[in-house]
Write a protein that binds this ligand. Structure first.
Ligand code: UDX
Length: 451
């Protein structure tokens, strides 16, 4: 069994006890995955309902494979959940996984939960333990928190270890990340993290040791790059529309260049979710605080291009249906910000649905997983889990989240349900020629009309 120097002594690595503070998408997945590596893990959250669900092996959101893993880990006895910070006193490593949403009155990240977590655990954790931040935070946070932690409890340490998991692939991304980044101030902290991630190291997962600020920046830089790639192709979509080109062919062609790569070049209604939009905004806000506003000015444009894609879909609806949308039945396929997720935070699909509803249309939204969270956010909208009901008598159909079930629809069958066979493919994922052959008028972002 590998060993790790711990407080001058050595203890068995598998005897390391782990706590995970915050059990949302990131924390619940991290807790279950770390437990599956053989560690004893306690997940802590102040939300009693969430903890009660997790204790019963129920994941309070949809994430493929997570519920099975969670149940197995609880059954193994290694994984427990609690609302009491007292239950983390015994742990050697404490992962902070709480959210950093956008503040209500600006672009910056709301640090209330991260600060609160640190203050709550600092006086409780035992000498020699390591606090590891995983939340996405403004650069400079880790150093500030480390100083505060040592002020309260001088015998402990803090490191940063950003998480890159994608919703829909959270378990696989956590168990098999494409890199591990650790921000540390000393070898001991790095060695403890090497023990936690020993299995990944054995699998040759690239390991990047960085200082605290660089480790925080890696996360926001990566998300900014991804957002830029998506907005780049959506800008090309606007040009293709103006020039009569086809952005899907353009993306395929430039993607063959390995320096560009074909991933994240799917043109459509753009990026949403709990990360990309708020992360680029918080990054801009932080750059301004640091006196480096100009360096990230381009992200403002990335954000604008992204929001413009939503507006362009609504323009298409008005062009193909009618300027006046009052009373028109609009069927919307998709509410989640992306498929295989029930997350509707900053969902482009839902934003478009809300705007069309506000214009007076009779909007019916279908989603296989996200109708419940979507309804909680926008109770005035009509939702259904029955696709036929969504499509019946529709005057236009909008494909806005690329769930597999929508690609499996038979356009000639559903043509019999709708009032007018007009489709807007907001994700450029449906087989246009098949829909056209079945008699549909198909419109898409970045592709000239062909019927
Ligand atoms: C993202 C990052 O990928 C992940 O590394 C980070 O840890 C958290 O943020 P996630 O929010 O789960 O993950 O979603 P992602 O798969 O990146 O998609 C983000 C948005 O971009 C979705 O709304 C998706 O529909 C959109 N998108 C993605 C496009 O519009 N086009 C693309 O080509 C790819």
């Amino acid at each position: 069994m590998p060993t790790v120097p711990f407080l001058g002594t050595t203890i068995s690595a598998m005897a390391l006890k782990i706590s995970v503070i915050g059990t949302g998408y990131l924390g619940a997945t991290h807790a279950a995955c770390i437990s599956s590596l053989g560690f004893e893990v306690v997940g802590i959250d102040t939300d009693a309902a969430k903890i009660a669900a997790l204790q019963n092996g129920k994941v309070p959101f949809f994430e493929p494979d997570l519920e099975e893993l969670l149940s197995a880990e609880i059954a193994s006895g290694r994984l427990t959940f609690s609302t009491s910070f007292d239950d983390l006193r015994d742990a050697d490593v404490h992962f902070i996984c709480v959210g950093t949403p956008q503040v209500k009155d600006g672009l910056a990240a709301d640090m209330t939960y991260v600060n609160g977590a640190l203050e709550a655990i600092a006086p409780l954790i035992k000498a020699g333990s390591l606090v590891v931040g995983k939340s996405t935070v403004p650069v400079g946070t880790a150093a500030r928190l480390r100083a505060r932690l040592l002020e309260i409890n001088p015998d402990v340490d803090l490191a940063w270890n950003p998480e890159f998991l994608r919703e829909g692939f959270a378990v696989d991304d956590t168990l098999h990340p494409n890199r591990l980044v650790v921000g540390v101030t000393n070898d001991r902290a790095e060695n403890i993290l090497k023990e936690v991630y020993a299995k990944n190291l054995a699998e040759q997962t690239p390991w990047v040791r960085a200082d605290l600020p660089t480790s925080e920046l890696v996360k926001v830089a990566a998300n900014s790059f991804l957002a830029t790639k998506i907005s780049f192709i959506n800008a090309m979509a606007e040009i293709c529309e103006a020039a009569g080109g086809d952005v899907t062919v353009l993306a395929k062609a430039i993607g063959y260049d390995p320096r560009i790569g074909s991933r994240f070049l799917q043109a459509g209604i753009g990026f949403g979710g709990g990360c990309l939009p708020k992360d680029i905004r918080a990054f801009m806000a932080r750059a301004e605080e640091l006196g480096a506003r100009q360096a990230l000015e381009f992200l403002r444009e990335i954000d604008s291009i992204n929001l413009r894609a939503r507006a362009r879909v609504i323009d298409l609806v008005r062009r193909d249906l009618s300027e006046d949308l009052m009373g028109k039945k609009v069927a919307i396929l998709g509410a989640a910000f992306k498929p295989d997720s029930d997350d509707v935070r900053d969902s482009p699909a839902l934003d478009i649905a809300v705007q069309i509803h506000a214009a007076g249309a009779d909007v019916v939204v279908h989603d296989p997983k996200a109708t419940h969270p979507a309804k909680q956010r926008f109770p005035a909208l009509t939702f259904t889990e029955d696709i036929d009901e969504c499509l019946r008598e529709a005057e236009i159909v909008l494909h806005l989240t690329e769930w597999k079930i929508y690609r499996e629809l038979d356009p000639s069958v559903i043509k019999g349900l709708v009032k007018r066979p007009i489709l807007i493919d907001g994700r450029n994922m449906l087989d246009r020629s098949k829909w056209q052959a079945a008699g549909w008028h198909v419109r898409a972002l970045g592709r000239a009309d062909t019927n």
